[in-house]
Design a protein around this ligand. Structure first.
Ligand SMILES: Cc1ncc(COP(=O)(O)O)c(C=O)c1O
Length: 443
């Protein structure tokens, strides 16, 4: 069961791996063959503690029988049915279950298959909404430097990670970016939300002054920026962004692909941070990543404006063959059951003091220039190796894997986001292995 099954044994050539240094990986592969609870296992049976919930997604831990059995049952009942002009019960059930969890004010759910599709869907819904209410001139989209909204053209354009854009030409037109919120000189080693930087939200007013408020359709931000290396919003920042958006009729979109489903100790980041967006994207933890699925939630007003404002016939010319896929929908319902039964957000919340104390044990450790945490997330930023940005953290990543821990690195930042079922002993082990790796790797 653990061997790599290919027609040509040991052949790693065919798979062009995503976001991977294919050449060095294939020269020295790191393979995961099995997963259970808090751990992965390599093909040789070596145990790897999962410090990242896969890719910020297996929030309930791995191999949860309830989810697996729900997928198996659904596969036997009905493998696939379209949701274009047709429907099937489990997709409606999944949407209703997501809607039940949403912050007040959001109630409609559009299904996608990934975070990237959710980001592009959210942007398209924002444009369609303004058009439906007679404001078709609102075509500008605003993101934020260092934001990550996946890899579709919409999310990539509104996203603000230069490395993810530079190979791909011109991007969408009419896109602007707010400044990122990383202020190391003022906020270094903050516990939770940093104190300084709320005023950075006011830069949205500059874009309003530059372009005219009635040209801007939406602002999309991650409540906590994850993929760029964990940037926590300064106290009051999101509130100000919300106020400015409301004042100018601009839709606020929260990309909750990482922060949704318990990661911050509440169902969604919106609740923890006390700000409700007009549109919210999600994916990852929605199905515990057992079957790909994403979703976009909107207010009733947005749904009604688009749907009731349309002439008879299809109201939104958008959707995916697999929107509301039966297997994904079954996985979502089972995952959300687990969330409720085990109170995963509450469990994460209870772990937060221990988590923060553990990760801030790295504050001012040799080679560590910043530590950031919020919810069950941490970013530990290393001093880059002179002339080789990112190399030090990559070596730490490799060393951790050798020593039995999966972490994630972006640039010189080590990001941690364990499954929400993490226990004290796992937290201790994460710190121990990471500490050993940081010490072992040359500066
Ligand atoms: C905030 C955010 N949005 C979108 C995405 C893209 O999700 P996917 O890789 O499922 O397309 C990610 C992935 O990490 C993310 O963190």
């Amino acid at each position: 069961m653990n061997e790599i099954r290919t027609s040509r044994p040991n052949d790693l050539d065919a798979f062009w791996m995503p976001f991977t240094d294919n050449r060095s990986f294939k020269a020295n592969p790191r393979l995961l063959a099995r997963a259970e609870g808090m751990h992965y296992y390599t093909p040789e049976g070596r145990e790897i503690l999962d410090g990242t919930a896969g890719l910020w997604c297996c929030n309930a831990g791995h191999g949860r029988t309830q989810i697996t059995e729900a997928i198996q049952r659904q596969a036997a009942i009905m493998d696939f049915a379209p949701t274009f002009q047709m429907g099937h019960p489990i997709a409606f059930e999944a949407a209703a279950r997501v809607a039940d969890m949403l912050p007040e004010g959001l109630s409609r759910v559009f299904f996608t298959n990934s975070g990237s599709e959710s980001a592009d869907t959210a942007l398209k819904i924002a444009l369609a909404y303004h058009k439906a209410r007679g404001q078709a001139q609102r075509v500008r989209l605003v993101g934020r430097e260092r934001g990550y909204h996946g890899v579709g053209f919409g999310g990539m354009s509104v996203g603000g990670i230069g490395g993810n854009r530079k190979q791909f030409g011109a991007m969408l037109p009419y896109v602007d970016h707010l400044p990122h919120t990383h202020l190391p000189d003022r906020n270094r080693f903050s516990h939770g939300q940093p104190e300084h930087g709320a005023e950075l939200a006011d830069t949205l007013e500059n874009l309003v002054a530059l372009h005219g408020a009635d040209t801007i359709a939406a602002v999309m931000v991650e409540p906590v920026a994850g993929s760029t290396g964990v940037l926590v919003p300064p106290v009051g920042y999101l509130q100000r962004l919300r106020e400015i958006c409301t004042k100018h009729g601009i839709l606020l979109i929260f990309d909750e692909v990482i922060t949704g489903f318990g990661r911050l100790g509440t169902n969604f980041g919106a609740e923890r941070l006390g700000v409700t967006p007009d549109i919210m994207t999600m994916a990852k933890g929605l199905t515990n990543a057992a079957v790909p699925m994403g979703a976009v939630a909107t207010s009733d007003e947005i749904f009604r404006t688009v749907v009731e404002g349309a002439p008879n016939g299809i109201e939104l010319f958008h959707g995916y063959t697999y929107s509301g896929h039966p297997l994904a929908a079954a996985a979502a319902v089972a995952t959300l059951d687990l969330h409720r039964e085990e109170d995963l957000p509450g469990r994460a919340m209870a772990m937060l003091p221990r988590w923060a104390e553990a990760v801030h044990g790295f504050d001012r450790a040799a080679g560590v220039v910043d530590v950031r945490d919020f919810g069950l997330i941490a970013g530990i930023e290393l001093e880059p190796r002179p002339g080789a940005p990112g190399a030090r953290a990559m070596d730490v990543f490799r060393r951790c894997f050798e020593d039995g821990l999966l972490v994630r690195v972006t640039g010189d930042i080590v990001a941690l986001s364990p499954p929400l079922i993490v226990e004290d002993r796992h937290v201790e082990r994460i710190v121990e292995v990471l500490d050993g790796a940081i010490r072992a790797v040359p500066a």
